[in-house]
Design a protein around this ligand. Structure first.
Ligand code: GAR
Length: 210
């Protein structure tokens, strides 16, 4: 069975969605460990409650990004994962790290990429006057939030939304699309090849569906 590790920095609601999907068979894969760069991340509790091994690797303990990522590779490899699933892991990864796990890393980002790479995506979508927003699951490459798109979900932006309203609406969709994509990977239906994402042997559109 495909072995995957989830990387988190905070609340871990996407992690919970993945735990639940493994438990009820929507993901045909094994979640073998959770790693956080923050000791206080609530997601660690979620993992422990589900009986999943956890490790904390605090970036504050390392002199450089390169040192941290080298230690992260060692920690991750102790679980021999086939796939890394970034779920609110708020770190920029070094090229060496990305190359080590090339084609075996997924991320979820709270915008309709390529729009709003980086942070404060909900604020930026609202400030731009957009009436549609969403979330994207993509393969991780060296380009920040720039790897090939696998699946997106759209939500409306209402004129009386607060940032929190919009963030919650997007997060609900994240919890739907991430287990679906992780399952495709676990079932070997999804690959990254030639810098593109492929599902069931067909190349997915480079710019997503938004
Ligand atoms: C999610 O909205 C995820 O898309 C975002 O952080 C949140 C984590 O929530 N990730 C990024 O912004 C990565 N650039 P969670 O901890 O409840 O899953």
């Amino acid at each position: 069975m495909t072995r995957f590790v989830v990387l988190i920095s905070g609340n871990g609601s996407n992690l919970q969605a993945l735990i639940d999907a493994c438990a009820d068979g929507r993901i045909q894969g094994q979640l073998v460990g959770v790693i956080s760069n923050k000791a206080e991340a609530f997601g660690l509790q979620r993992a422990q409650d589900a009986g999943i091994p956890t490790q904390v690797l605090a970036n504050a303990d390392f002199a450089s990004r390169e040192d941290y990522d080298a230690a992260l590779i060692t920690a991750l490899e102790s679980w021999q994962p086939d796939l890394l699933v970034m779920a609110g892991f708020m770190r920029i990864l070094t090229p060496a790290f990305v190359q080590h796990f090339a084609g075996r890393m997924l991320n979820i980002h709270p915008s309709l990429l390529p729009k709003y790479q980086g942070i404060k995506t909900h604020q930026r979508a609202m400030a731009a006057g957009d009436d549609v927003h969403g979330a994207t699951v993509h393969f991780v490459t060296e380009e920040l939030d720039g790897g090939p798109v696998v699946l997106q979900a759209k939500v409306p932006i209402f004129s009386d939304d607060s940032v929190e309203d919009l963030a919650a609406r997007v997060l609900t969709q994240e919890h739907q699309i991430y287990p679906l994509v992780v399952n495709w990977y676990c079932q070997r239906r999804l690959q990254m090849r030639d810098g593109r994402a492929w599902l069931d042997g067909r190349c997915l559109p480079t710019a997503g569906y938004a």
